[in-house]
Design a protein around this ligand. Structure first.
Ligand SMILES: Nc1ncnc2c1ncn2[C@@H]1O[C@H](COP(=O)(O)OP(=O)(O)OP(=O)(O)O)[C@@H](O)[C@H]1O
Ligand SMILES: [Mg+2]
Length: 99
């Protein structure tokens, strides 16, 4: 990704939560994750099995919609309150991020 020269991080997560299932089978994979990654930073994501690493990368990679929270990529707001702001997710992945 390129820096949009906005001074904003390349990846901005605010209050991202993701749960799977409901009721007794509900799993809270991510709870209120906030994270900024700036141009040039190299970030490693560490945690035990089941701690939500893949779920987080799938949200950042625009593959999985979070249950709540907001995300911006390269200065562009792409998820607000758990809702995609762009309808064309393939275009979004092509433009903004690859994994
Ligand atoms: N599609 C899904 N449906 C239901 N539960 C899921 C789903 N995907 C992930 N989970 C649950 O969410 C939690 C986080 O899973 P995730 O795969 O993100 O963990 P991880 O840190 O990547 O684990 P690992 O180190 O084993 O790869 C786990 O409890 C997992 O069982
Ligand atoms: Mg994983």
């Amino acid at each position: 990704m390129t820096d949009a020269s906005s001074g904003r991080p390349l990846v901005e997560l605010q209050g991202i939560s993701k749960h799977f299932g409901e009721g007794e089978t509900r799993v809270d994979a991510l709870r209120d994750v906030s994270l900024d990654i700036y141009p040039g930073e190299v970030v490693a994501l560490l945690g035990p099995s089941g701690s939500g690493k893949t779920t987080l990368l799938n949200v950042i990679g625009c593959i999985l919609v979070p249950s709540s929270g907001s995300m911006a990529l390269d200065g562009e707001d792409v998820i607000r309150d758990g809702v995609w702001l762009r309808s064309n997710l393939r275009r979004l992945r092509l433009d903004k991020i690859g994994c």
